[in-house]
Write a protein that binds this ligand. Structure first.
Ligand code: ATP
Length: 364
């Protein structure tokens, strides 16, 4: 990580008897894009508000740009926040909305106008929008104005609380692409709260997964997807298959056997083993895209499972299969590229296989 612009350590937040954050520590690098994800109520928005200065922490320490933020009001921090629900001033024009913070800072008029126009340009909004009112803009345009208003004062950190959740799917995609480009061009640190895990994977340099007021894992999208700390993180991002196994430490990693795989014994390399592995409910995480139908010979080392096709779902670019395996609680999910020719039909007896060396060993 580059030098941290945000250094939060042991942040606790109580709302009366409710402890929303239980000592959260997180560092965010200068120019980094971090996404905060986790189930509803896990404390994402609370953490964002503490960074912004809209809430005071009950305990812990927050530094931004090396400065202790205790008692520093929101307006004096190098942070700006964009909310899910649009907080544009309805009776101010687009120009007045964008220029609001510049007016407070008493930026000279010609300079303010120049910066407002530059923002409009950056957000791909037409110059004649300047005199419009928010109600005369589409939802996506309003959200761009909200971004422009937050960015015009050139904050070190942009805090985004689900800014795209109210937009339709197509608009969301285009604004996501713009947000990523904007982030690259500006060099500002972005912290995004989102429910949309695909969005977090697409946009963020690192993802912070939270649960019940704790940080469970912070890592790159690849880390979070392929090397999740535990079953909670694995199940939170993407579709999962957990194959029950017993694991014993061996010289080179972990020796793993599965009661479901007749000839199954393999050694899992240390980089495919969760550092927080416990003896509780050890399982092999097998992602759906790593499983194939086996018609002829198995590949060397491949683990095989016999079952029956329970259902398939055409997703366009891919087809998802659910395979019922005898002795396994949940159906195994497979994702195969393409959907023009379907390789198996519902009810068909099938053999599926995967390379256990590509799987990941974790626990509850
Ligand atoms: P969501 O994804 O649903 O927006 P979140 O992860 O952002 O959830 P927070 O809004 O940070 O979660 O809430 C964390 C916890 O703190 C929840 O249990 C919530 O009920 C509680 N909480 C949040 N704000 C307040 C408040 N002002 N007063 C009392 N409790 C609050």
């Amino acid at each position: 990580m580059t030098s941290p612009i945000i250094d939060a350590s042991g942040i606790v937040k109580d709302y009366g008897a409710v402890r929303a954050l239980h000592g959260v520590s997180l560092q965010i690098g200068t120019g980094e894009f971090v996404a905060l994800v986790g189930p509803s109520g896990c404390g994402k928005t609370t953490l964002l508000k503490i960074l912004a200065g809209f809430e005071d922490p009950t305990g812990g320490r927050l530094e931004i740009q090396g400065r202790d933020m205790h008692g520093v009001p929101a307006a004096s921090r190098p942070t700006r926040m964009v909310f899910q629900k649009l907080a544009l001033f309805p009776h101010k024009t687009v120009a007045e909305n964008i220029g609001f913070s510049l007016k407070l800072q008493k930026v000279e008029k010609a300079e303010a106008e120049r910066r407002i126009r530059a923002m409009l340009d950056l957000m791909h909004l037409k110059p004649d929008y300047l005199e419009r009112y928010p109600a005369q803009l589409s939802g996506g345009e309003q959200q761009r104005v909200a971004l422009a208003r937050a960015l015009v004062s050139q904050p070190g950190v942009l805090l985004l609380d689900e800014p795209m959740s109210a937009l339709d799917a197509k608009l969301k995609k285009s604004l996501q692409a713009e947000l990523k480009k904007l982030h690259r061009e500006l060099g500002t640190s972005f912290v995004l709260v989102t429910h949309d895990l695909e969005e977090a994977m697409m946009l963020a340099d690192r993802i912070c997964v939270m649960r019940s007021g704790h940080v469970v894992q912070v890592g790159t999208p690849t880390d979070i997807y392929y090397r999740p700390a535990n079953m909670f993180v694995a199940g939170f991002i993407g579709e999962t298959n957990f194959l029950p196994v017993t694991a014993t430490a061996s010289g080179e990693g972990m020796d793993v056997v599965s009661p479901l795989v007749a000839a199954g014994k393999t050694t899992i390399a240390p980089e495919h083993v969760s550092p927080s592995l416990s003896t509780n409910g050890t399982a092999l995480l097998v992602r759906p895209e790593t499983i194939r139908f086996v018609r002829g010979d198995a590949a060397p080392g491949e683990w095989l499972l016999d079952g029956q096709v329970e259902e398939h779902f055409i997703k366009g670019a891919s087809t998802q299969y659910r395979i019922r395996i005898h002795g396994l609680d949940a159906a195994v999910i497979m994702d195969l590229p393409g959907s023009i020719v379907l390789p198996a039909i519902v009810g068909e007896a099938v053999r599926i296989g995967f390379d256990p060396a590509q799987a990941f060993l974790l626990s509850e």
